[in-house]
Design a protein around this ligand. Structure first.
Ligand code: ZN
Length: 151
């Protein structure tokens, strides 16, 4: 970290303090050249992926929502919650590998369907049959509920 006063490359840390929430670390530094003091902050860099919906809105990708829609699709199937968690993690990894910032909801749907197809045909059909109207999870949940009642 360059000194903001003289641009010297080296400084020593004279104090380190963690933020209240534990997610920020502040370091008080002293330039080894001009002896001026300055503060640096250290944050965890989060790789936030946004979902672009078909209506043009975007929202932050939430693993919880993905888990919920899969749990619904896999209801009463012989898929343990551990297995389901594994599936969700695989899907999330694939999304992270393929997309860095934005993923279309359509693309998430494609990945989920490809995955479910290899695991459980019924879960796949459930997911695929409501997929066209898949705008958000609440809508998806409603559709699945209707599907369950009508079969
Ligand atoms: Zn300096």
């Amino acid at each position: 970290m360059k000194c903001p006063y003289c641009s010297f490359q080296d400084s020593r840390v004279i104090e380190t303090r963690e933020g209240k929430d534990g997610f920020v670390i502040r370091r008080r530094r002293e330039c080894l050249e001009c002896r001026e003091r300055f503060t640096t902050k250290e944050y965890i860099e989060k790789n936030v992926i946004h979902v672009l919906k078909s209506d043009g809105r975007t929202e932050e990708f939430e693993l919880e929502k993905l888990t919920k829609s899969l749990r619904i699709a896999c209801q009463k199937r012989l898929i343990s919650s551990e297995h389901l968690e594994e599936i969700v993690n695989d899907i999330f990894k694939e999304i992270q590998n393929k997309f860095t910032k934005v993923v279309k909801s359509v693309e998430i749907g494609e990945i989920v369907m490809a995955k479910l197809k290899t695991i459980d045909k019924i879960a796949y059909v459930r997911f695929a049959s409501v997929y066209r109207n898949f705008e958000d999870v609440s809508e998806f949940t409603k559709e699945i509920d209707n599907l369950e009642k009508n079969t």
